[in-house]
Write a new protein. Structure first.
Length: 435
């Protein structure tokens, strides 16, 4: 928990809203989520299979009726107490307008940044809030000063498609080589570590690498710590894309050894849409120029590397509430529950010769996200047809991902409120389709 009181901060903000707009005072907005203290003594791996517990957690979410939604990787659903808090904050900002923005916003914005830094176990001065991970990435690569003729940048087919194009753009505009790594459709930790190690050793002219902690294509978890350590030994700067991982995987930044990292809080942390973050380790800012028009002679002000402009005030103000809810549910418990849900549907189809499972090949590369396709059906058209069949005939909503070197696939992304019966229904449908 942060050193400052998030509950006090939230209460102060709500009190201001009540005073300014005659809204009733609601007290601390997250007190409605009270867990059984006995649950804290249960190992996360065991709690992952406690259906009663996850039904209880599910009561704090509004779910769509009439469809089994297994596509929660686009953005995350806010829990009801977070959504209600966000609505109050939106009302307050709309009522107060510039009076709030010009007198209180900067202080509150810094408090939110401190909450994010504390949750990631880094210094507040190392975090800049942004609107999304894409904005964070461009804050680094468009101003990166470490490339010269003969150098190269490294990325992979499992990276976010827009980030792949951004790395290609960087190489083209700087006149350097772009090296694109093709990751096996299924991979273990040892395979991934060896592939990146060999690529780095065989290409000593690589100066900047993009690593995706969890791929948005099929949920593969990359051993970024080992890869980053190898990269640093060779003098390679690394950007770690944690847009899909924070909240899906339980970690802090020091564990990853990353100097630069990108985040979306509106995915697995459960903030309102439009909240991201950029991490730059203290002492590394000199390699990235300030945003055009900004100044930072001492290379100590991370906020000078991005220029967010006017944004959704209330969305940022709701972040401490989202973090508190996430922590109350349990970061490791969430990780293990979502991994368990993936394991349920994967185990039910893994021996089906007509289905190819993508992404993780062992538990260490596994997350709650997963991917599959029919054997030999790698085209976008084939997978769009299968996705439509699952939706229209089996009431199962998924999404097609198109950017792996091995071909297209369907991504499956349950959430903490997804009952185990929903992923079992997916497995049954796939076995039925391929019988």
């Amino acid at each position: 928990m942060p050193s400052f009181s998030r509950r006090s901060f939230l209460g102060t903000t709500l009190a201001a809203a009540a005073a300014s707009s005659a809204l009733p005072s609601t007290g601390a907005p997250l007190d409605c989520l009270q867990f059984n203290p006995a649950k804290s003594k249960i190992a996360p791996q065991s709690l992952a299979q406690d259906e009663a517990y996850w039904r209880y957690v599910g009561q704090f979410y509004e779910t769509a009726l009439g469809v089994i939604n297994l596509e929660h990787g686009y953005w995350g659903k806010m829990a009801k107490p977070v959504e209600q808090h966000y609505q109050r904050l939106t009302h307050m900002v709309n009522q107060q307008l510039s009076l709030y923005a010009r007198t209180q916003w900067n202080e509150d914005f810094n408090e939110v940044g401190a909450a994010v830094a504390e949750a990631l176990a880094v210094k507040p001065s190392e975090i800049a809030l942004t609107r999304n991970a894409t904005e964070s990435l461009h804050g680094i690569i468009s101003q990166y000063k470490g490339l010269a003729k003969g150098d190269a940048v490294l990325y992979a087919d499992i990276d976010y498609p827009a980030f792949q194009r951004a790395m290609q753009w960087l190489a083209e505009t700087r006149g350097v080589e772009a090296i694109k790594l093709e990751i096996p459709a299924q991979a273990t930790v040892s395979q991934l570590s060896q592939l990146y190690r060999q690529t780095l050793q065989n290409n000593p002219h690589i100066k900047l690498a993009l690593l995706t902690h969890v791929s948005n294509q099929h949920g593969l978890l990359l051993p970024v710590k080992e890869i980053i350590e190898q990269a640093k030994r060779q003098g390679v700067d690394v950007i770690c894309d944690c847009a899909q991982s924070w909240g899906l995987v339980d970690f802090t930044l020091p564990e990853l050894k990353a100097d630069w990292a990108l985040f979306n809080l509106h995915k697995w942390i459960g903030s309102p849409v439009g909240v991201g973050a950029l991490y730059m380790k203290e002492g590394t800012l000199d390699k990235v120029a300030p945003f055009p028009g900004e100044s930072d002679p001492s290379n100590t002000d991370i906020s000078s590397r991005v220029h967010m402009a006017t944004s959704n005030f209330a969305a940022f103000l709701a972040v401490p509430a989202a973090l508190e809810f996430h922590q109350n549910v349990g970061a490791q418990a969430k990780q293990e529950r979502l991994r368990y849900l993936r394991k349920v549907w994967v185990d039910a189809i893994k021996d089906n010769p007509n289905i190819e499972i993508l992404g993780a090949a062992d538990s260490d590369t596994s997350t709650g996200m997963g991917g599959f396709r029919l054997a030999g059906k790698t085209s976008v058209a084939d997978n769009e047809k299968l996705q439509a069949t699952l939706h229209k005939q089996y009431n199962l909503f998924t999404v097609v991902r198109k950017d792996l070197a091995s071909g297209a696939n369907i991504r499956v992304t349950p959430q903490v409120f997804t009952p185990v019966e929903d992923v079992q229904a997916l497995a049954s449908a796939l076995n039925d389709i391929t019988k």
